[in-house]
Design a protein around this ligand. Structure first.
Ligand code: URP
Ligand code: ZN
Ligand code: ZN
Ligand code: ZN
Length: 469
């Protein structure tokens, strides 16, 4: 049982409008949204005067406790979800990563065990890390018995997660039969492997080699290739972590043709450019190594236009935190730097400051980009992504007047690095309520291990509307 919470005096924002209203949370759900509500006996009251009251963030792209490139990411399901709560995020969708040949059901069981200590609600996508009869045979159980209804395919990481087109096609078809949503990491893995070899042969070892080995054309090509498959197979497609103007353009054109392709981007790709890889301090350059990489100037501006136009409709973080020491695994070879950056704690604050304060998007569009669209796409709506009666009491309260400076020294993410180091932001999440529990109260983080619940999801969500033959 949770204590009732009355949120008083704020402006309640949805993806489609706003109203001055109080909001009552009862037994973990939204019980009333009205003006001048009375606090029930025993209720705790949060003063939201001057603040925006919004659905808690859904981060549809995280990697907690993931073994990767000879190490394990620094945030586990407790520290990572607690950090998320400190930034207004109340739900994550994380990726289960089977080993090559491992049963995806076994991998899911292992991930369920790891995630039991999450402090906010969580669901899973499945990484299609290998393909074969055995994988395909377990997909119906993943979808129907366990609610794992999205599958990520890699067009990059040759020799690792990359699958040939033939297998991606087979996997897409299997998804279509089951009403599951295929996701793609869209970079041309063959070209990247070639460029990595070439750069190393030329003696390039430093992090600056990372973006040179993965130019934006690789992402544009692979995005169009994946879209072409989905288009001809008449099925939806979700493109994760769009970083390149060419990819955004391919998505925009496909959407104009009526293809059900959804584009996700990350706040970092809207604000950080490839000059970070030129930093002479290895820790700083390597701290930004992720795939796809931050792009040259011009791409972030193009991505903002795509966000404004609705082409890119969802933001995630690809939260995949490593410490400076972990990144040093690639001190002598940029291809060995563990790929990934943090951000689950910062997404809402950054997107508000850069997007709303920066004049790109309205508060309503902010809600669409941080929760409502992900809830609809991943079939969590209307339990998540809205503050309507009966929805989960997952709430972020943002004070637009409160400033904040991001620093690794004060963050809750379990690492000593931040790509946002020193950024001063206008507007900040001051309270987070998740499942009716007040987890973040004006700088006081009260996240508890095990407070989150697993979110099974149903297949044939809205992404399949108009697509069934
Ligand atoms: O560099 C990244 N993005 N690491 C996480 C894995 C992925 O490809 O999303
Ligand atoms: Zn009550
Ligand atoms: Zn990826
Ligand atoms: Zn990722």
């Amino acid at each position: 049982m949770t204590t009732d919470i009355l949120i008083r005096g704020g402006t309640v924002i949805s993806e489609s409008g706003r109203q001055r209203a109080d909001l009552l949370c009862h037994e973990g759900r939204i019980a009333a949204v009205e003006r001048d509500l009375e606090a029930p006996a025993g209720a705790s009251v949060i003063d939201a005067g001057g603040c925006f009251v919004m659905p808690g963030g859904i981060d549809p792209h995280t990697h907690m406790q993931l073994p990767m490139m000879g190490t394990v990411v620094a945030d586990d399901f407790f520290t990572g979800t607690a950090a998320g709560a400190a930034g207004g995020t109340t739900t994550i969708l994380d990726f289960v990563g089977p080993d090559k040949g491992q049963s995806p059901l076994d991998a899911l069981a292992a991930w369920r065990e790891k995630a039991a200590k999450a402090s906010i609600d969580y669901g899973f996508h499945m990484t299609v890390s290998w393909w074969g009869e055995g994988f395909a045979a377990e997909m119906p159980a993943l979808v129907h018995d366990h609610g794992v209804t999205s599958f990520k395919f890699f067009l990059a990481y040759k020799g690792g997660l990359m699958l040939p087109d033939e297998e991606i096609l087979a996997g897409f078809l299997r998804c279509r039969d089951l009403g599951a949503l295929p996701q793609v990491h869209a970079e041309n893995g063959e070209l990247i492997a070639h460029l990595q070899r070439k750069l190393r042969a030329e003696g390039v070892r430093a992090p600056a080699g990372h973006p040179l080995s993965r130019p934006s054309q690789c992402e544009g090509e692979a995005t169009l290739r994946a879209i072409t498959m989905a288009e001809l197979l008449k099925m939806p497609l979700y493109v994760v972590h769009v970083s390149a103007a060419e990819a955004a353009e391919a998505i925009q054109k496909a959407q104009a043709r009526g293809v059900g392709v959804i584009g996700e981007t990350l706040p970092g790709f809207l604000a950080i450019d490839a000059s970070v890889y030129e930093n002479p301090d290895f820790d700083i350059a390597a701290g930004h190594v992720m795939s796809p990489p931050y792009r040259p100037d011009g791409h972030p501006q193009a991505l903002w236009k795509a966000v404004e136009a609705g082409t890119l409709s969802i933001t995630g973080t690809d939260h995949c935190c490593f410490t400076r020491a972990q990144k040093r695994l690639g001190e002598d070879d940029f291809t060995k730097i563990p790929n990934g950056c943090g951000g689950v704690e910062d997404r809402m604050n950054i997107l508000w400051a850069l997007g709303v304060e920066g004049g790109h998007i309205s508060p309503e569009r902010f809600v669409a980009l941080t929760s409502a669209n992900a809830a609809k796409t991943f079939n969590l709506w209307p339990r998540k992504g809205t503050l309507s009666i009966g929805a989960d009491a997952d709430i972020a309260i943002l004070d637009p007047a409160k400033s904040k400076t991001i620093s690794a020294s004060t963050q809750h993410q379990n690492t000593d690095f931040s790509v946002w180091e020193g950024r001063r932001l206008k507007g900040s999440v001051v309270h987070t309520v998740a499942g009716g529990r007040h987890l973040w109260a004006d700088g006081d983080l009260r996240a508890e291990a095990g407070g989150g619940r697993y979110l099974p999801r149903a297949p044939f969500g809205s992404v399949y509307e108009n697509l069934r033959e």
